[in-house]
Design a protein around this ligand. Structure first.
Ligand code: PEP
Length: 254
């Protein structure tokens, strides 16, 4: 079902106590100020997850996500964390295919297709990230890049499974750079993605998919971005580390 979602990606930030303090602030502000039907998702480091799940029970608008999960169900993968483990503590979402994982950990569309399958099998909602680099945009190949990320990463799913995922369009050149895609640039890509989904599945499936924009989104630029027809919310990095900013972004949907 198409939802309004603002998801925070804390990345490798906050130690355990800092994370709990930040999350408490988020929950307090959400409970006091969020009046609409929007959803907040906080994607914290793994070690915080279980405590955040417990604390999130004091709000019906705040959900928890992991930032990665392994593609295998279980096995000899020292240091890795499975989708089943994540689900077993009550986490609902998982970010897959973030550009930092693609860039620094060599995650390919092929691998991400497997991770998506395993996440869905274990009742996690993937927030599947796609987006072009600056070089790709300058070479005018961004539509091709995004299409292949979709085709190779998630278009193997049947319509029922596909309808369960969330897509995040994150131009790599806008992540953590302070440079935001203009609302028009973001809408152009979101519209393109929805058209590709409609061509692959049906218009109804395309209409139901929740699509987030990510890349230097903040309380100032969020209203213009979220006003666009095909943008259903945001995936927020830097600004999600300040409870006030994160909840102000969420408040755009009040
Ligand atoms: C992200 O890493 O998903 C992201 C959008 O980061 P930032 O908001 O800091 O650009």
């Amino acid at each position: 079902m198409r939802k309004k979602i603002v998801a925070g990606n804390w990345k490798m930030n906050t130690d355990y106590n800092e994370g709990l303090t930040l999350f408490s602030e988020v929950v307090t502000l959400v409970n006091a100020e969020i009046t609409g039907s929007q959803t907040a998702v906080v994607c914290s480091p793994f070690i915080h997850l279980q405590s955040l799940v417990e604390k999130s029970k004091t709000s019906d608008k705040v959900f928890i996500g992991a930032q990665n999960a392994h593609q295998a169900e279980s096995g000899a993968y020292t240091g890795e964390i499975s989708a089943k483990m994540i689900n077993s503590i009550g986490v609902d979402y998982v970010i897959l295919g973030h550009s930092e994982r693609r860039q620094y950990f060599g995650e390919t569309n092929e691998l991400l297709a497997k991770k998506t399958d395993t996440a869905l099998k274990n009742s996690l909602t993937p927030i599947f990230c796609i987006g072009e680099t600056l070089q790709e945009r300058e070479a005018n190949t961004h539509f091709d890049v995004i299409k292949s990320q979709l085709v190779e990463g998630v278009f193997h799913l049947d319509a029922e499974a596909f309808a369960k995922i969330v897509i995040a369009y994150e131009p790599v050149w806008a992540i953590g750079t302070g440079v935001t895609a203009s609302a028009e640039q973001a809408q152009e890509i979101h519209e393109f993605i929805r058209k590709e989904i409609s061509a692959k599945y049906t218009q109804a499936v395309a209409d139901e998919i929740t699509m987030l924009y990510g890349g230097s989104c903040n309380p100032k630029n969020a209203p213009e971005l979220f006003a666009k027809a095909d943008i259903d919310g945001g995936l927020i990095g830097g600004a999600s580390l300040k409870a006030r900013d994160f909840v102000d972004i969420l408040k755009v949907f009040n």
